[in-house]
Write a protein that binds this ligand. Structure first.
Ligand code: FES
Ligand code: FES
Length: 154
């Protein structure tokens, strides 16, 4: 049995301890906003926040999460995620959209630890893959969200 908080709700999960969090989210809890891409921690499609840190859920066994707090794209947006979502709309970031929930969770993790990242910070923190090539818009949107959160012009 693993007890953790997912999107503000305490969950007790009686699941094989090695099961990756991604499959718990998608198959057990129906939280399908978190995507499967590679399954080997390379693409970032499965990114969620664990205790505020962006983490690839496809390689995170549920047994490692006892007492932890998980946020997925379905969580009620806090001010950081809300700012990112607004910036994503402003910059019309998504194309097919498949990678975008992972991108936003990666960006949220970045802004929690680094409120005004530069381009190099963003490149280092958001290593997610987008087959549609939205990278430049993502960088612009992260800068806009960071500026909005600090109340300064982008
Ligand atoms: S599915 Fe987890 S990093 Fe690709
Ligand atoms: S928007 Fe299509 S994979 Fe990123």
């Amino acid at each position: 049995m693993t007890t953790l908080v997912i999107n503000g709700r305490q969950r007790q999960l009686d699941i094989e301890p090695e099961t990756p969090l991604l499959w718990v989210l998608r198959d057990e809890l129906g939280l399908t906003g978190t995507k499967f891409g590679c399954g080997i921690a390379s693409c970032g499609a499965c990114t969620v926040e664990i205790d505020g840190v962006a983490t690839r859920s496809c390689v995170m066994p549920i047994q490692a999460l006892e007492g932890k707090t998980v946020r997925t794209i379905e969580a009620e947006p806090d001010r950081i995620v809300a700012a990112l979502q607004a910036a994503w709309l402003q910059h019309q970031v998504p194309q097919c959209g498949y990678c975008q929930s992972g991108m936003i969770m990666a960006a949220a993790g970045l802004l929690r630890s680094q409120p005004r990242p530069n381009d190099a910070d963003i490149a280092a923190a958001i290593t997610n893959i987008c087959r549609c090539g939205t990278y430049q818009r993502i960088v612009a949107a992260v800068h806009s969200a960071a500026a909005a959160l600090q109340g300064v012009p982008a």
